[in-house]
Design a protein around this ligand. Structure first.
Ligand code: F6R
Length: 246
């Protein structure tokens, strides 16, 4: 696990975008795993800037997103499909047919999950996966105490995740209670992983994920077992690591 300390959110976003820039430059038809949430917005902005500067070509890139809320259509502005279109896909030359997000409206969630795994396999696997992290250590929507051995599946969101995500909805009652998410096993199957985190609220969980015991209690701790993980954190998220290294 490589840990890169960035100065601030902007620097973290620049460094993360730079890694994806290199990946897509080296392999134009890369399969990129993407995340939603507040953390990657800056990274997506930097990638759009690189595209606008004619430095990056997404025409052959394929993407697979980590997760989607159950019950929301892609047209709903709280859905992760909508988020990806408005924060990245609408601004670059990617073919939307090459962008994939689980279908939150699928009537058979198990079949949708199986098909999502088949899709990832048919694309040749994920070359590079971008991750954010929840304050409880979740990656994708893999919440604490689920097992590491799962592929894409329907998950029940925890109370703390529902609370954290209420900021995107009119009220807590509107936050979907379940989602379809790549499992830890799907994420661990990516050839390379880049995890980004900023802000003091993420400091303890970043320390626990990178240096604590490997346990389903802290889903992101599974990443310690992956051979190619880069963690990029701003100074605030690095604080607990810095304090313990003193
Ligand atoms: C998003 C996702 C989540 C977020 C996490 C952090 O697709 O899978 O794991 O990465 O909840 O969210 P933010 O970045 O909003 O703090």
């Amino acid at each position: 696990m490589k840990i890169i300390k960035a100065k601030d959110y902007n620097d973290m976003s620049k460094k993360a975008a730079g890694i994806f820039f290199s990946q897509i430059t080296l392999k134009q038809d890369s399969v990129i795993g993407l995340a939603t949430g507040s953390t990657p917005i800056g990274t997506y902005k930097k990638l759009i800037e690189m595209y606008n500067a004619n430095d990056l070509d997404f025409s052959e890139v394929k993407t697979v997103n980590l997760d989607e809320y159950v019950g929301l259509s892609g047209e709903s502005d709280q859905s992760y499909r909508y988020f990806m279109n408005s924060n990245l896909f609408n601004h670059i030359n990617i073919d939307k047919a090459n962008t994939h997000v689980p279908n939150g409206l699928a009537s058979d969630k198990e079949l949708e999950s199986e098909n999502y795994e088949k899709l990832i396999k048919s694309l040749g696997g994920i070359d590079m996966q971008l991750l954010g992290i929840g304050t409880n250590g979740h990656i994708g929507f893999n919440e604490p105490n689920d097992c590491f051995d799962k592929y894409t599946h329907e998950v029940n969101l925890t109370e703390s995740t529902i609370k954290a995500n209420t900021r995107f909805f009119a009220s807590e009652a509107d936050v979907p209670k379940t989602a379809i998410s790549m499992g830890i096993k799907t994420i661990m199957g990516a050839k390379k992983i880049v995890l980004i985190a900023n802000g003091s609220a993420k400091a303890d969980i970043i320390y626990d994920s990178c240096f604590g015991p490997i346990t389903p209690n802290v889903p992101a701790s599974a990443l310690q077992l992956h051979p190619d993980v880069t963690v990029i954190v701003d100074e605030e998220a690095y604080a607990t690591i810095a304090a313990k290294l003193k």
